[in-house]
Design a protein around this ligand. Structure first.
Ligand SMILES: Nc1ncnc2c1ncn2[C@@H]1O[C@H](COP(=O)(O)OP(=O)(O)O)[C@@H](O)[C@H]1O
Ligand SMILES: [Mg+2]
Length: 330
């Protein structure tokens, strides 16, 4: 049988295992920081509500390169707290509302998108400030205490200084609103820091948490453990070709040292092993090389898992040619 034919891809048990791999969430140290910050913001908010006072709210920003795992971390955070805060937008009381910043990110557009996320039909002929008044009214009506903006770095893209200031003022006014303050959960790429830090008052209210790059030497052990963890979850064996530090370094390079991308590649490689060899599979270097080839259209000499001098290959360029790097090739 041809090694690359995926004769197990229709097998129900294999499909189910692959689904399970995709849902696996690997905790990171940054997640604990995010969790701790969020927990204290929530506690403070509950205490204020019990005392019948409305203090200014605080927020946080999660910073990281694309593929670092920001969107996933926020989703996991909200899932984790779903017993303590009302997170279902289908209910009238919805304490967390999250949305992706639309493009172009004019204040009018962002306001309209926020209103939509709040389930409020927007007629479209209002000006920015009137829309934001309506947003604030809806936030109070729905009792929303946290508002999440993902891809928040876009709030400053292509904006004039004046527009940027109005973004900053709007964000501040959401947290400082004396009637119904909301805590902001901003997630985005490093440019987000510039927006927040341009205003000292805003910077004081928003705590930064950064998902850093993986480190090619320091993180080898953790990376190998992660490969093992996914293989264990799939109940398949692991070949020595994917247990060495040298392999871990290739894998980190292939993922451009981004944690999320790395997890994604491991999931694809284990899935590839399952689809070609079933539960008898042994995860090996070739599975990773196959994934890299499928994902990036790379020949052997441009394949990070096969080329001798892989350090010269820019995985980001290859990934970006493939779109946003989020499409699974299965
Ligand atoms: N902690 C994690 N455990 C497992 N997979 C993860 C984790 N964080 C991210 N991923 C995976 O990495 C990919 C990119 O993550 P994403 O959250 O979209 O990154 P970002 O929003 O920073 O661009 C997704 O496919 C996601 O499933
Ligand atoms: Mg994202």
């Amino acid at each position: 049988m041809n090694k690359h034919s995926k004769q197990f891809s229709d097998d129900a048990a294999i499909r189910k295992t692959v689904q399970g791999l995709r849902q696996l969430y690997i905790p990171r140290p940054e997640f604990n920081a995010l969790d701790a910050r969020f927990s204290s913001l929530l506690e403070q908010r509950r205490a204020d509500a019990a005392d019948g006072v409305a203090f200014k709210a605080r927020g946080l920003m999660l910073i990281g390169a694309s593929g670092s795992g920001k969107t996933t971390a926020v989703r996991e955070l909200i899932r984790k707290y779903s017993a303590e805060i009302q997170t279902d937008p289908g209910y009238e009381i919805c304490e967390y509302i999250g949305l992706q910043v639309p493009s172009p990110a004019t204040m009018k557009f962002v306001g309209a998108a926020t209103l939509r996320a709040l389930g409020y039909p927007f007629s479209g002929n209002k000006q920015g400030p009137a829309i934001w008044d309506q947003v604030k009214e809806q936030l109070k009506l729905r009792q929303t205490i946290f508002l999440g903006f993902d891809e928040a770095q876009d709030l400053a893209r292509f904006q004039t200084d004046k527009e940027r200031q109005s973004v900053v003022n709007t964000l501040k006014s959401l947290m400082e609103n004396s009637v119904w303050p909301v805590g902001l959960l901003l997630s985005g790429m490093p440019d987000l820091k510039k927006i927040v830090n341009q205003d000292p008052q805003l910077a004081r209210r928003v705590d930064p948490i950064e998902i850093g790059r993986l480190h090619s030497i320091r993180d080898t052990g953790a990376v190998l453990k992660m490969v093992q963890k996914y293989a264990d979850r799939a109940q398949i064996a692991v070949d020595s070709s994917v247990q060495s530090e040298a392999f871990a370094m290739r894998l980190m390079h292939a993922a451009d040292y981004q944690f999320g991308l790395l997890a994604e590649i491991v999931v694809l490689a284990v899935s590839q092993a399952l689809f070609t060899d079933g539960f008898e599979a042994k995860l090996c270097l070739q599975h990773f090389a196959d994934v890299f080839r499928d994902r990036n259209g790379a020949d052997v000499w441009m394949n990070v898992f096969l080329a001798d001098d892989y350090g010269r290959i820019d995985p980001r360029r290859l990934l970006d040619n493939d779109g946003d790097g989020e499409d699974a090739v299965l």
